[in-house]
Ligand binder design. Sequence first.
Ligand code: NAD
Ligand code: UD1
Length: 346
Amino acid sequence: MKNIKNKILVTGGAGYIGSHTCIALHEADYDMVVYDNLSNSSREAINRVSTLIGQPIDFIEGDIRDADSLRQVFAAHQFFGVIHFAGLKAVGESVAKPLMYYDNNVNGTITLLKVMAEHEVSNLVFSSSATVYGDPEVLPITEESPRSSTNPYGQSKLTVEHILEDLALSDNRWSLIPLRYFNPVGAHPSGQIGEDPNDIPNNLMPYISQVAVGKLDQLSIFGNDYPTVDGTGVRDFIHVTDLAQGHVAALNYLTQQQQGLGFLPINLGTGKGTSVLELLTAFSAVSGQNIPFRFVERRAGDIASCYASADKAQALLGWKASLSITDMCQDTWHWQSINPNGYNIA
Ligand code: NAD
Ligand code: UD1
């Protein structure tokens, strides 16, 4: 008989971080069911994950706001817990369409939590973000740093965190772990799965890689007058496969618990800051491509520097990021150069 602690529901598992995490879960002997409405992903990602792990993925196309559909899934499987990636993530879009973001990210999570409670599934790993720290006063950022947000996307993550805190206080059986990701980049070393933005990328690494592959003309660097090493923004870039391992470490930790852990936020970052220019230089060296750029005005809402204290993840979960900026650039370049149009293979 299968160990019931092994079965995980992965919402949003067809997406960028979810697809990499499915591979890590499989390698760690977890069984998973992927639940995704494919609003920002494709079946091709699921197909490729299946090929990489050498077996079909148990995939259900569904929306986390659809309680009946979720109930059917929970009735059909005995889950140990849920990794909850499903959500919308574009900051600019969230400013233009706040109701869509609150509905999807907050209402969707409430629906999921209700169905979990009905089925007495009390272990949750939630995709939170360093965005909940707003403009940090002190670096590196620890889990105790003050939280704030400046846009509806960030506010939706913060609101879910508050809901999880209240829920944990209401019933001590819950174990609710928001993993606060810093800046996930990179791709699976096979080059078969990676980040596939729908439109012109908002984030730095996919933008750089699309300039390198010739899809975009040049990178605009948003500001060169920040109080940083070279005037450009500094971030804690973390390889997506390290991030995926962080989810496995969180689940392993949950399986060792005899009782509910309550609300337990954990940063997933490397602890190291890298500037925009440093990342650009590293990418150029790895890819051998000249990457044209120009300096432009700062982007509204951007902060100068942001990097994690990763001590709590190491102390509690025994997890530490191991891949370098060079690895991140190499794997992004590998994915981008063999899939210039992402999963759109037509
Ligand atoms: P992604 O868009 O690639 O993946 C999210 C997945 O969720 C997609 O496959 C999408 O189709 C699915 N989804 C969205 N709404 C859904 C719904 N209502 N029902 C079912 N499925 C739904 O994004 P990602 O980069 O893999 O991010 C995963 C999670 O991590 C998100 O919650 C995001 O906010 C969070 N996060 C991402 C980053 C990042 O830089 N990528 C940083 C911090 C936090
Ligand atoms: C962005 C989101 C944040 C989210 C995070 C991870 C904003 C304001 N913030 O953070 O909520 O949690 O992604 O998904 O969108 N840069 C350029 N040129 C570009 C793109 C970016 O110079 O074309 C710079 C930015 O100014 C920043 C750095 O690169 O200094 C990183 O930007 P980005 O990848 O968008 O991530 P964040 O701003 O950290």
